[in-house]
Design a protein around this ligand. Sequence first.
Ligand SMILES: Nc1ncnc2c1ncn2[C@@H]1O[C@H](COP(=O)(O)OP(=O)(O)OP(=O)(O)O)[C@@H](O)[C@H]1O
Length: 221
Amino acid sequence: MTLLSATDLYRFYHVGDDETRALRGVSLELRPGELTVLLGSSGSGKSTLLACLAGLDDPDGGRIEVGGERLSRQPEAHRARLRAAHLGVMLQSGNLIPHLTVLDNALVTGTLLGRPDTARAHALLGQVGLGQRLHAYPSQLSGGETARAALVAALAHGPQILLADEPTAEVDAATEGWMTDVIGEFVHTQGRAALIATHSLRLAGRADRVLHLKDGRWTDA
Ligand SMILES: Nc1ncnc2c1ncn2[C@@H]1O[C@H](COP(=O)(O)OP(=O)(O)OP(=O)(O)O)[C@@H](O)[C@H]1O
């Protein structure tokens, strides 16, 4: 069973006369119960790939399907609907809405879907050590707390797939441990899928598969 498939993705950026080929024919499938770690040096295309798979960017070529429906080459509203229904997304920044509390951020996507799961949000926030910070605003959080709140906001509506870009960058070992446990449980206990760009050895230690990007293409290592 495939939860997400990407076939032959291309993404080019143009700045003046310069063209950057950020993705050059990338294909991949994400399956239940599989934690996939995405590695690649700076500029190899990891963030571009994750943004395309999340429907936040649109590839110039290729096709993406999520939950059996085409995500690529769709109007933004359609992509947003598919994203809310199937995906949890954690980018390098901008994951939390500043004027909402930690708890309300965790309830945003569920509310949009018409099924906010307060019990699940509370449980996840407790699991990452934010049980006492439910009513704090993002500006009042430390970097590690922000990362944990963003992970919960990505997962609280119960998506099938987590897409995360360096979720544990710049967090301490305790936070890395909490986040790794939540992600591991999401994938391996609940049978969901995750694609995570990370340099964390702890997270990589839980990976079922490691994929390497180089200059916008898969490479062996
Ligand atoms: N909006 C943009 N406009 C022009 N070029 C871009 C844009 N976004 C990314 N690029 C270029 O596309 C290539 C891939 O960038 P991307 O951010 O996907 O890499 P990355 O592997 O995520 O890097 P990092 O690990 O540093 O975050 C790089 O050469 C980058 O400079």
